[in-house]
Design a protein around this ligand. Structure first.
Ligand code: SF4
Length: 325
């Protein structure tokens, strides 16, 4: 069996915040806590969780825009944390990111041609004619006509701008694309079009995706596997089918209960969670989900649950599964 394209082991990131009079004290903020997963070439891992759970911090660590405090990241057999700045810059050609708000990531002064050609100018030597052909091919690939070469971002709809951002991300033929909430700023009908486009591009180019979202229903059809994050940790990970059919962690069950049921006659009960994700500055002891958990037990308040395998394909971090150990 082929090696995974991406192997992440025990990734942690702790920030230190100055506190007290004259900033003499300091307080740790655990943004990521022992995050481990693997991702095979051509597959999609969905990362889901509420705002503040660490999913975007994880994305920035993978691209080494943030330096983790601990752990390792292997991409295509290369230890990313051991690369020098020049080698990492080269490596980023193979690792791209598409952000939630395309208008924030596209230079408003540039037209479509220059927006897409910019990475080609920086990293690939080619004539203007060849570049024009490449930009035209990329526009066609993302479903836009060649007229879009001459449009500025303010002349685009949200969906069109996200297609330009995708064409730009694909310009250097990456192997791996991080999709950080790429549809959450779009109308529902446009969301579906962009998801279908992403699925088609993945098949045609054998792309590997890490798809970050707060909405489980968005990633149901695109993800092979799903990891659920809460307060900097993965609390459940398994195949997409298994998450939707047999969610084990109470937090996953609550997230799932808020998505539309495939069968309108199903008796799926909405689980309303109290409060919001606690601050990473002051995480609850024991299981960090315990103040909001509908199934909390005494030991949850003091004992931190391990992320353990409950079957060959399913990991969960919850004391409800201690007996399976
Ligand atoms: Fe709920 Fe306890 Fe499981 Fe945490 S360990 S999710 S508090 S049952």
């Amino acid at each position: 069996m082929a090696e995974p394209l991406l192997k992440v082991r025990d990734l942690s990131l702790t920030y230190w915040r100055r506190t007290g009079l004259f900033g003499r004290g300091s307080q740790a903020i655990q943004a990521l806590n022992d995050v481990s997963f693997e991702l095979n070439a051509g597959e999609t891992l969905g990362i889901v969780g509420e705002s503040g759970c660490g999913k975007s911090t994880l994305a920035r660590c993978l691209l080494r825009l943030l330096r983790p405090s601990n752990g390792s990241i292997q991409f295509d057999g290369v230890d990313l944390l051991a690369l020098n700045a020049d080698d990492m810059r080269q490596m980023r050609q193979r690792m791209q990111i598409v952000l939630q708000n395309p208008f924030a990531s596209l230079n408003p002064r540039l037209k479509g041609f220059d927006l897409i050609a910019e990475p080609l100018r920086t990293h690939a030597a080619m004539t203007r004619e060849t570049m024009k052909d490449r930009v035209a091919a990329l526009l066609t690939e993302v479903g836009l006509s060649l007229d879009f070469m001459n449009r500025h971002p303010h002349q685009l709809s949200g969906g069109q701008a996200q297609r330009i951002a995708l064409a730009r991300a694909l310009a250097l033929n990456p192997a791996f694309v991080i999709l950080d909430e790429p549809t959450s700023a779009l109308d529902v009908s446009v969301q579906a079009q962009i998801i279908n486009l992403l699925i088609r591009l993945q098949r045609q180019r054998r792309l590997t995706y890490l798809f970050i979202t707060h909405d489980l229903s968005v990633i149901q059809h695109i993800s092979d596997r799903i990891a659920v994050m809460y307060l900097g940790k993965i609390v459940e990970e398994t195949s997409s089918e298994e998450v939707f059919a047999h969610p084990q962690h109470p937090y996953t069950q609550a997230l799932l209960s808020s998505t539309p049921a495939p069968d309108p006659k199903s008796d799926r009960q909405r689980i309303i969670l109290a409060g919001t994700v606690p601050s990473a500055l002051n995480p609850p002891p024991g299981c960090s989900f315990h103040p909001r958990c509908p199934q909390v037990m005494d030991r949850c308040r003091t004992l931190r649950p391990e992320l353990r395998w409950t079957s060959a394909d399913h990991r969960v971090s919850c004391h409800l599964f201690d007996a399976l150990e």
